[in-house]
Design a protein around this ligand. Structure first.
Ligand code: MRU
Length: 362
């Protein structure tokens, strides 16, 4: 996608042996790239959320293995590298999926061939992720086009939560891909962007990228979605996923479940853009079987913003002595999901449909 007219991906290798990322902790105030040179750089980038979003976490981990193997490509080191990266964030299954894929490919090769194979595979996975997201866009745009036909001339109003945009993937995004495709096709769209406390991925990242692409949007506080839906202001909700189970339960950014409940109560279609790398066919029950990441209190007690003189400042917004709980994700049961927009088409959120769409994953 483009930033000030220049095409960018979220991650790329500018020269052998290193990887560049867009540092998402600096947006929307600063657009800065950061160079990752060591395994620890990659692990820190994921844990501190310089890169975030399930698909991008997976691809960063793949590059992280290549960075780690520069030191030594033995079985023991490969194992250690994967364990380090696996421990960075627990919920998005793309991390495990990517590491399993990379590890199984590399262990089939003799150590001297592993380093260059790791770089090749990471680059391939980045390209594949971009292609998968674009395919999600090509399938999902039909949902928007159908609504547009029912209200000629008026914009289709979408609501999205967190950032499942191109910043969360290598390119295109998942939830945003159908929106970008619709916008490109001249279908009028308008996006309500949930701010997504505590880290504000909606207000900071989704709004930033939609703005750079000229997509009309409005930031709303997290609690506004129900009201908007009750008043017929949302035609379609589309969100991303960090892990979708074989039965179609969807784990995504905290607050997604409440949007699904409001959508259900107001007959608003609620779709989840789900690349197959985010589907965990090993588990069925999203409520019992997914580890929900708990993050630090600082994300809740403090907020960072730009001052009027252009500086960046972090301030406390809570009483210093109040305890805090900070769950990063929740689970929306499959019964509230109108459909999963995958790279292979729009699939009912149930075991049968998912198995039929991805038989090789069973
Ligand atoms: O904590 P984050 O910012 O990594 O959470 C991101 C989300 O919840 C996204 O919706 C999800 O990863 C899908 S990204 C295409």
């Amino acid at each position: 996608m483009r930033v000030d007219g220049r095409p960018f991906r979220t991650i790329w290798s500018p020269e052998p042996g290193c990887v560049d990322i867009i540092d998402q902790t600096r947006l929307p105030h600063r657009f800065e790239t950061r160079r990752l040179v060591t395994l620890q750089d990659a692990a820190t980038a994921i844990a501190d959320m310089q890169v975030r979003g399930a698909p991008l976490i997976g691809v960063t981990a793949a590059y992280g293995v290549a960075l780690g193997l520069k030191r030594d490509a033995s079985d023991a080191t490969l194992h250690e590298i994967c364990a380090t990266l696996r421990a960075t964030r627990p919920t998005a299954v793309n991390l495990q999926w990517a590491l399993d894929r990379v590890k199984s490919h590399l262990t089939s090769l003799p150590p001297p061939r592993r380093l260059s194979a790791a770089w090749d595979l990471a680059a391939l996975m980045a390209d594949e992720d971009a292609a998968i997201c674009e395919a999600i866009g090509d399938h999902g745009v039909s949902l928007i086009a159908e609504i547009a036909r029912s209200k000629p001339g008026a914009p289709v109003n979408l609501l999205t939560h967190c950032n499942a945009g191109w910043l969360a993937t290598v390119d295109w995004g998942t939830a945003t891909a159908p929106i970008y495709k619709a916008h490109e096709a001249g279908i009028p769209v308008h996006v309500f962007v949930d701010e997504t406390r505590p880290r504000n991925q909606g207000a900071a990242l989704t709004a930033w990228e939609l703005g750079h692409h000229g997509v009309p949007h409005t930031i709303v506080v997290d609690n506004a979605g129900g009201h908007l839906m009750q008043h017929g202001m949302v035609d379609l909700v589309i969100v991303g996923t960090d892990r979708t189970t074989a039965d179609g339960d969807v784990c995504n950014k905290i607050g997604t479940y409440l949007k699904a409940l409001a959508a259900h109560d107001n007959n608003v279609p609620f779709y989840v853009a789900a690349p197959s790398s985010s589907i965990d066919f090993r588990i069925r029950n999203g409520l019992g079987e997914i580890e929900i990441e708990k993050r630090g209190a600082h994300e809740v007690t403090h907020m960072t913003g730009e001052t009027s003189d252009g500086g960046i400042e972090t301030v406390r917004i809570t009483p210093a002595s109040s305890p805090v709980m900070n769950f990063a994700f929740d689970v929306t049961p499959a019964r509230f999901v109108s459909g999963l927009v995958t790279e292979r088409g729009i699939v009912v959120a149930d075991a049968e449909a998912l198995a039929a769409a991805f038989p090789e994953r069973l």
